[in-house]
Design a protein around this ligand. Structure first.
Ligand SMILES: *[C@@H]1O[C@H](CO)[C@@H](O)[C@H](O)[C@H]1NC(C)=O
Length: 427
């Protein structure tokens, strides 16, 4: 008995300690947010995913504390503190934002401690980090798939680079170095230059050819061919490119699956000059995101092209056997000859709402069945009782009964809508 009590006490203590570094904030956050650095999670009590995420958030708080970081960690229940949520335009849960004076940075990466801490360090540090020597250059190169470096001293180009860096720091780090710390294998035609190292090679930015620096970085900040997941796709949305991918059959990679991957990779590497302005290439295993997009089941293996700006997608209507088949499919899309499916038209949005609601409910039942029963059951029960009461107490006419039933459906639909907006983020 005593030991049980002790265990309980330790358990309670651990929870209290873990959450001790995360502050519960309220509407007054509006007034304090510009005075200090804040990392805040916006959540809703009914959001099942937020519950699962909570321990990670407490760990983030504890870790930042132990690192001696001056970033405060907090969380806000958006259902009780609606004015701060609406001021900051919070649409889904959980939403993570970092507040640095008058700047707000949104976090869209994986919801894991290491990634969140990395984001905090990047965003709170200098926009551009100087690489002091060759060893460090090698080190940074080996730790980044994509590396942007400004080479040279002060210049107007450097000013543009710093501006670009401060806009895009939420996505990746930016570096600068002097010419003499470049690896021997790297020779530049011109200094100052902005160089990107990726896909095992490097190339330089050219204003005449590539246009605005920020847009160029936005287009180039992913490997030309990469493994995709829903987070990378979300981040790629801003690049404005179409994403051409091989959807793999994760259970048993068939010959066809391997062929699709090889074809996509070939298009990415050998036709880079032709396609890299319009396409991002990759392969993807998990397909719950894709199922949500096509509102059905994506049958892997297959080839699919997404337009992330309007949730549209393209699928080849002829079998793709050779690289020629793939090239004509991709060119067809650019020339407007292949019909776009999906998209964000009204009908499609309504369909998506229902699809998302269905998926969310399924997930909610799987993760927190009891809670879900209460959330869904309570309004349904109440409406049911009202209908029952109306029917039994007063002998009603048919159309009146009809009306109260309709009201009931509306209440449920509204609930579902709310959850649905949360589901967007979760996915
Ligand atoms: C992708 O969608 C956006 C927004 O509707 C549109 O402007 C763009 O042209 C589309 N891209 C292609 C290649 O169709």
């Amino acid at each position: 008995m005593a030991s049980l009590r002790f265990t309980c006490a330790v358990f309670v203590l651990t929870i209290t300690l873990a959450s001790a570094y995360v502050e519960q904030l309220d509407d007054t956050f509006k007034d304090i947010r510009k005075k200090e650095l804040w990392l805040v999670e916006f959540y809703a009590p009914w959001c099942a995913y937020c519950k699962t995420f909570e321990p990670v958030w407490f760990e983030v708080g504890a870790e930042l504390k132990s690192m001696g970081s001056d970033v405060n960690v907090g969380m806000i229940d958006c259902t009780s503190h609606t004015s701060v949520a609406s001021e900051l335009g919070i649409r889904g849960y959980p939403t993570i934002k970092l507040f640095k004076r008058d700047k707000v940075f949104s976090y869209n990466g994986p919801r894991q401690k290491a990634d969140i801490i990395e984001f905090v360090n990047r965003v709170t540090g200098p926009a551009v980090r100087a690489i002091p020597n060759q060893q460090m250059f090698q080190h940074v190169m080996s730790h980044n798939d994509i590396l942007f470096v400004y080479i040279g001293g002060s210049s107007p180009l450097k000013e543009k680079y710093v501006k670009t860096a401060s806009e895009l720091i939420v996505y990746l780090s930016f570096y600068s170095a002097l010419e003499n710390v470049l690896p021997k294998a790297v020779t530049l035609q011109e200094v100052p230059s902005v160089v990107v190292f990726k896909d095992g090679t490097f190339f330089t930015y050219n204003e005449e050819q590539h246009g605005d620096l920020t847009s160029w970085v936005n287009r180039e900040r992913f490997p030309t061919y990469t493994k995709l997941d829903s987070y990378t796709l979300y981040a790629m949305g801003d690049s404005g490119k179409l994403v051409a991918m091989a959807v793999e059959n994760e259970k048993k990679p068939s010959e066809e699956s391997i062929r699709f991957k090889t074809l996509i990779e070939t298009a990415a590497s050998e036709y880079k000059d032709h396609f890299s302005r319009d396409f991002q290439f990759g392969h993807m295993e998990e397909n719950s995101y894709l199922n949500g997009l096509v509102l059905g089941e994506v049958k892997a293996p297959c080839i699919i092209v997404l337009n992330l700006s309007n949730d549209g997608y393209y699928m080849p209507n002829q079998p793709v056997h050779s690289i020629q088949d793939l090239l004509s499919f991709l060119d067809g899309i650019l020339e407007g000859k292949v019909q776009q499916l999906g998209g964000n038209g009204l009908l499609q949005r309504i369909k998506r709402t229902f699809h998302d609601a269905k998926t969310t409910l399924t997930t909610m039942f799987q993760t927190a069945p009891g809670w879900t029963c209460v959330v869904i059951g309570l309004p349904v029960g109440i409406v049911g009782m009202i209908i029952y009461a109306t029917c039994t107490v007063v002998p009603v006419e048919d159309d009146e009964e009809e009306e109260s039933k309709q009201k009931g459906t509306k209440v449920v639909a509204q609930k579902e809508n709310k959850k649905n907006s949360a589901a967007k983020k979760e996915d």
